[in-house]
Design a protein around this ligand. Structure first.
Ligand code: IPE
Ligand code: IPE
Ligand code: MG
Length: 236
């Protein structure tokens, strides 16, 4: 008899390939991002169905600010619209929304929609959806170091007390367990400054599928593959 599928508690996704998906079809890159939002809906729903507790989505990196202004504006508008339109759906699905990154870099309208949605969904007990926005793992680590130094200076902690667990508590992700499974779409074999600290022992799954065409079956394929992995954490 096949062993039961192990469901990862926390899945993190680098949602990549929106631009290439659009180009292959002669569409604008923006259309690729819009279609990518459909994948977010599908994957979030599927996570709720199979019992994933945390879903972290890499939606916009600090480096993505280097893109042409028109694309950035369109992405921010899309985010704002998504939050406005999707919040009732998040309530319906009992999803708790959270965000990590330098959120104050976002346009004010996005920030207020984001905070409104986070506030509104704060008592929900289903999937925790964590959006990484203007996120950089290196920045997060630097912010963590500054926060620790601050605590030392104020005399709240002693330098000798700093260990892995304490440092984790000074990161943006302090409320969440480390991801069990990292998915990257569009075939790229890199981390692109995502959760560098937290991914230390995460299982990685790369699919050639572009993000706009990633659906529930693709998520289940990834979970199935994860289920077969043997996690050793350096032991035997
Ligand atoms: C991912 O798709 C979305 C963001 C990074 C915002 P891309 O926009 O990177 O699409 P490609 O990689 O150019 O195909
Ligand atoms: C990673 O995708 C960032 C997000 C998915 C938000 P990129 O398209 O920005 O990454 P690179 O440039 O291919 O490394
Ligand atoms: Mg890309």
């Amino acid at each position: 008899m096949a062993s039961p599928v192990k469901i990862p508690r926390h899945i993190a996704i680098i949602m990549d390939g929106n631009g290439r998906w659009a180009r292959e079809r002669g569409f604008s890159r923006i259309r690729g991002h819009e279609q990518g939002a459909e994948s977010v809906r599908a994957v979030l729903r599927a996570c709720g169905e199979v019992g994933v507790e945390f879903l972290t989505l890499y939606a916009f990196s600090t480096e993505n600010w280097k893109r042409p202004k028109a694309e950035i504006v369109a992405l921010m508008k899309l985010l704002e619209r998504f939050l406005k339109k999707e919040t009732p759906e998040l309530m319906e699905q009992n999803v708790k929304l959270q965000a990590i990154g330098r959120l104050t870099d976002l346009p004010p309208a996005c920030q207020s929609e984001l905070h409104r949605s986070i506030e509104k969904t704060s008592s929900n007990t289903g999937v925790t959806l964590i959006l990484a926005l203007s996120y950089s793992a290196r920045m997060e680590i630097i912010d963590g170091v500054k926060s620790l130094l601050d605590a030392v200076e104020r005399g709240h902690i002693d330098k000798a007390m700093i260990d892995v667990e304490m440092f984790s508590k000074h990161l943006y992700t302090r409320y969440y367990p480390d991801p069990d499974l990292l998915i990257r779409t569009s075939g790229e074999m890199r981390i692109s400054n995502f959760l560098l600290w937290q991914l230390s022992y995460t299982e990685m799954y790369v699919t050639p599928k572009m993000w706009p065409e990633f659906r529930k079956e693709d998520l289940l394929d990834a979970i199935n593959e994860y289920s077969k992995r043997q996690r050793r954490y350096g032991g035997l």
